[in-house]
Design a protein around this ligand. Structure first.
Ligand SMILES: C[S@@+](CC[C@H](N)C(=O)[O-])C[C@H]1O[C@@H](n2cnc3c(N)ncnc32)[C@H](O)[C@@H]1O
Length: 203
């Protein structure tokens, strides 16, 4: 099964309570987005957004320039339906972050639990190329992955686990690590998963 078909099946067949990564309030993401300068007038792209509540939180804070990208059309449809009229100004992109061609730049890039699925050097290089093109110098990226003591798989797929510094090493010299958080995520069924959240500034 292709990756796209995998994620399409996940979102068509499972409810949110069956998704290990589901969280009602993306508190750590918002904390780091605020450190990155989240305020009226900034543009934000959420990579591999799934059905995350990030967009809801951004809209609540008055952010008007929001782009949501995911390879699953079902996930995008579900989020659009949930937001209704409130999401009418959001730009929705169904696409693979390793193949998508960004047509503009964003002040802030957010990715929770997507980069860690890129297990080949080619996919990581393609992601980093798009991240680099999407941010102006001084732009910020919040990237959350499973931590070194986190699970080895997510949604049945292998992942690469990171510490903030190993993630910084992977992104390369073009990105400066400026803040980091460890977070123990509680799944909807009460188990815990160790995440790291890193905030980078494009140099
Ligand atoms: C574990 S979920 C995390 C969803 C969301 N970021 C959150 O925190 O709730 C991973 C998401 O990344 C998406 N995804 C995986 N690989 C992707 C890729 N190469 N390009 C775009 N989206 C991808 C999946 O469809 C899924 O929605």
């Amino acid at each position: 099964m292709s990756k796209q078909a995998h994620w399409e099946t996940v979102y068509r067949e499972k409810c949110e309570d069956e998704l290990s990564w589901h969280q009602e309030a993306p508190a750590v993401s918002i904390e780091l987005l605020e450190l990155a300068g989240l305020q009226d007038g900034v543009s934000v792209i959420d990579i591999g957004a799934g059905t995350s509540r990030i967009t809801d939180a951004l809209l609540t804070r008055g952010i008007g320039d929001i782009t949501v990208l995911d390879m699953s059309e079902a996930a995008i449809e579900a989020t659009r339906a949930r937001l209704g009229e409130a999401g009418s100004g959001v730009t929705w992109i169904v696409g693979d972050v390793t193949r998508w061609e960004p047509a503009r730049q964003y002040d802030i890039w957010h990715d929770r639990a997507v980069f860690h699925f890129l297990v080949t050097p080619e996919d990581r290089a393609a992601y980093i190329a798009r991240l680099t093109r999407s941010l102006p110098s001084g732009g910020h990226a919040v990237i959350a992955t499973f931590a070194l003591d986190g699970p080895e798989k997510c949604s049945g797929l292998p992942v690469i686990r990171y510490a903030p510094q190993t993630l910084a090493d992977t992104l390369g010299a073009g990105f400066e690590l400026i803040a980091e958080r460890q977070h123990s995520h509680q799944t909807p069924w009460g188990s815990t998963q160790a995440f790291q959240y890193s905030l980078f500034r494009k140099t």
